[in-house]
Design a protein around this ligand. Structure first.
Ligand code: PMP
Length: 432
């Protein structure tokens, strides 16, 4: 495969943009390095790079592109709005329209507020939870990603009884001292942390289905225990549904699992590919937010008409009957197909975690239920697998911790072609 143009563009980008990328995970650092492929156009489940190579895409831009690239309904909505002006700085009917759609999908939302990114949405839920409870500490789970504001760039302390330490330069010790990090799917350590710090904890921040150390389900009863333990101590529960909202069904992971948080942060899919975030929850809690209450949060671009129009159009497409069932069916075919060919011919240590159209393939001998187990999987094999798939025209996320996302545009043939590519890739890995 000729990727000369990408290589040249990457060299130019490296001169002008720090690291050559505008978000670190786009560099291929986690898969052995090299020039990332530069894309030029996308349509449906495919995109084409600057050298004209076509790829079946499972990155979906890290999640938002659930209806594929350049979906006609979404493109039309964006065009129509662009012709009317892209930003006014006044309220529009579009904001309420999208807010009502979110509320219909996710019943725990009484009121919402739009932001421009998932990071801002999560950051705002934290501020609101602190305003509402008058407390400081946020408890989160190891390996989850909640954006790039200081508080969530804090690593675990040495156990549930110690506060965190900075995970990024530029994050202060004092910020780290406001965060507790415990393992996902472990009620005992959660309980232990609450025994020590319960009266100071403002909220538990959790991805109800994890998407950031691969796709990991909560074990039965885990989220119920989170609610019970947090509420008993007077803390709130915040679900970070930036990846999971409208991913497995028309609604949140919370509807899918039958559990309810106090606050929810959203993003990605709800903007149809344009910049967006949103947060919402119970009215008495959300009424902390300015102008109703004392917790400030704002944004020049927040609720901008282009993102609203694109998000509305995306959710309209997702109301098509059978659409989620089909992503689940094709996801299952892909999962089972890869496992079967590996079992039959190669015997590589492969584990797949899948929920609907979202999955992660780990090179591992053990199941993955938390971050420690996800870390303890073979990065080198994954890096080689990623590159072999790319050479065969299948684009995955360039990290063993990311998910593969099917879109509404992937077809049976795309899955067959992906399975053929995986068969070849496994064969090469098995040869050593
Ligand atoms: N929360 C979760 C669960 C995420 O996966 C992400 C981004 N991958 C974010 C928050 C941050 O969203 P954004 O990149 O839009 O700021």
């Amino acid at each position: 495969m000729n990727t000369q143009t990408s290589e040249k563009l990457y060299a130019e980008a490296l001169e002008n943009i720090v690291g050559g990328v505008n978000s670190p995970s786009r560099a291929y650092a986690a898969v052995g390095g090299g020039a990332p492929v530069f894309m030029k156009k996308g349509k449906g489940a495919y995109f084409w790079d600057e050298d004209g190579n076509r790829y079946i895409d499972y990155l979906a831009a890290y999640g938002p592109i659930i209806t594929g690239f350049a979906h006609p309904h979404i493109t039309e909505a964006i065009k129509k709005q662009a012709e009317r002006g892209v930003l006014y700085g006044t309220p529009t009917r579009l904001e309420t329209e999208l807010a009502v759609m979110l509320k219909k999908g996710i019943p725990s939302l009484d009121e919402v507020r739009f932001t421009n990114s998932g990071t801002e949405a999560v950051m705002s839920t934290v501020r609101v939870a602190r305003a509402f409870t008058g407390r400081k500490i946020i408890l989160k789970f190891a390996g989850s990603y909640h954006g790039h504001f200081d508080l969530v760039l804090v690593a675990a302390g040495s156990g549930p009884s110690t506060l965190g330490s900075p995970d990024s330069a530029g994050v202060t010790e004092s910020t780290a001292q406001e965060v507790l990090t415990v393992p996902f799917n472990n009620v005992d350590t959660l309980q232990h942390a609450f025994e020590k710090w319960g009266s100071q904890i403002a909220a538990v921040l959790v991805e109800p289905i994890v998407g950031n150390f691969g796709m990991v389900r909560p074990q039965p009863g885990f989220l119920e225990a989170v609610n019970e333990i947090a509420h008993q101590a007077g803390a709130l529960v915040i679900y970070d549904e930036v990846i999971t909202n409208f991913r497995f069904m028309y609604g949140g992971a919370q509807n899918y699992l039958g559990v309810t948080p106090d606050l929810t942060a959203m993003g990605k899919i709800i903007g149809g590919g344009l910049p967006i975030g949103a947060y919402g929850g119970k009215r008495d809690i959300m009424d902390q937010v300015a102008p109703n209450g004392p917790a400030y949060q704002a944004g020049t671009m927040a609720g901008n008409p282009l993102s609203m129009a694109s998000g509305i159009a995306c959710l309209e497409v997702l109301q098509t009957p059978g659409i989620y069932e089909e992503m689940d069916r094709l996801g299952k075919k892909l999962e089972e197909g890869m496992l079967a060919v590996n079992e039959e011919k190669y015997h590589l240590p492969v584990v797949i975690n899948r929920i609907g159209g979202a999955m992660t393939l780990y090179f591992s001998n053990h199941p993955i239920t938390n971050y420690e187990e996800a870390k303890d999987t073979d990065s080198e094999l994954f890096g080689r697998f990623f590159k072999l798939m790319l050479e065969r025209g299948v684009n995955l996320a360039p990290s063993k911790y990311e998910a593969w996302f099917l879109t509404t545009e992937h077809t049976e043939k795309d899955i067959d072609d992906t399975l053929a590519a995986a068969d070849d890739a496994f064969a090469k890995l098995a040869k050593g």
